[in-house]
Design a protein around this ligand. Structure first.
Ligand SMILES: [Zn+2]
Length: 233
């Protein structure tokens, strides 16, 4: 494998992780900042705001982890079921499987003779590995890891969520909502730009898109908080 394609594969892999991390942090930032702004807008004191924010961080991180664990686990289950069926087919109909593998290589551009030779040699070496990789698209590097994915998801959420909490902790009580909103908009612009550049998209448009939704979310919770504060206060 040429050095370039090896680097490309690693870059694609790294970009995948970066984008997932940016999305997780974005979720943490928007949902916790909106919660903090809403509770502060209702006229609550600093300690209530911090307790609500902390509860939001923990609840959000746990639900992200649970959701990621469940979705990646079902992907793992599907991969395992595919591999089990493939193992069965390889033992029950080895000729048909060899033909199938040969046709995959012919479709990829090899001439028939060469495709047969490659299929025979790879089958002799590791039949299941060859079918998993070239027929099912399952390989070591992309195997789903539910616990790892859940931990990364919870962690990135918490990293995003801790920003408005620190701002709320340091801000004077009367300015918590404004300062959290302003710092969150700045944070979202950075995350949006990062996510966009990771995906090779326009930086400014990426930043604007993410920031807009963050501002809408905080405006909605600030409105609810203010209404709540007026009716209950
Ligand atoms: Zn097969």
């Amino acid at each position: 494998m040429s050095r370039l394609s090896h680097l490309e594969i690693h870059m694609v892999h790294r970009i995948g992780w970066l984008r997932a991390a940016v999305l997780g942090a974005n979720d943490g930032l928007v949902s916790t900042a909106s919660l903090v702004v809403g509770v502060a807008a209702a006229g609550s004191g600093k300690s209530e705001v911090l307790i609500a924010g902390m509860a939001g961080l923990v609840a959000g991180a746990m639900s992200m982890a649970a959701g990621e664990y469940v979705s990646v686990s079902s992907q793992t289950d599907a991969e395992r079921a595919d591999l089990a069926r493939e193992t069965r087919e390889l033992s029950e109909t080895p000729e048909a499987e060899l033909e199938e593998l040969t046709n995959i290589y012919v479709d990829r551009g090899l001439d028939r003779d060469l495709a047969e030779k490659v299929a025979v040699q790879l089958t002799e070496r590791d039949a299941l590995g060859a079918h998993a990789r070239d027929e099912l698209g399952i390989s070591e590097t992309v195997t789903a890891r539910p616990i790892q994915a859940a931990l990364v998801s919870a962690l990135t959420f918490a990293v995003g969520a801790v920003v408005p909490l620190i701002v709320a902790l340091l801000a004077p009580e009367a300015q918590i909502a404004v300062l959290v909103a302003a710092s969150t908009v700045a944070g979202l612009a950075v995350l949006g730009g990062l996510g966009a550049s990771a995906g090779g998209a326009a930086l400014v448009r990426g930043a604007a898109r993410v920031t807009l939704w963050g501002v809408l979310a905080m405006a909605a919770t600030a409105m609810v908080g203010t209404l709540f504060g007026v009716t209950v206060g």
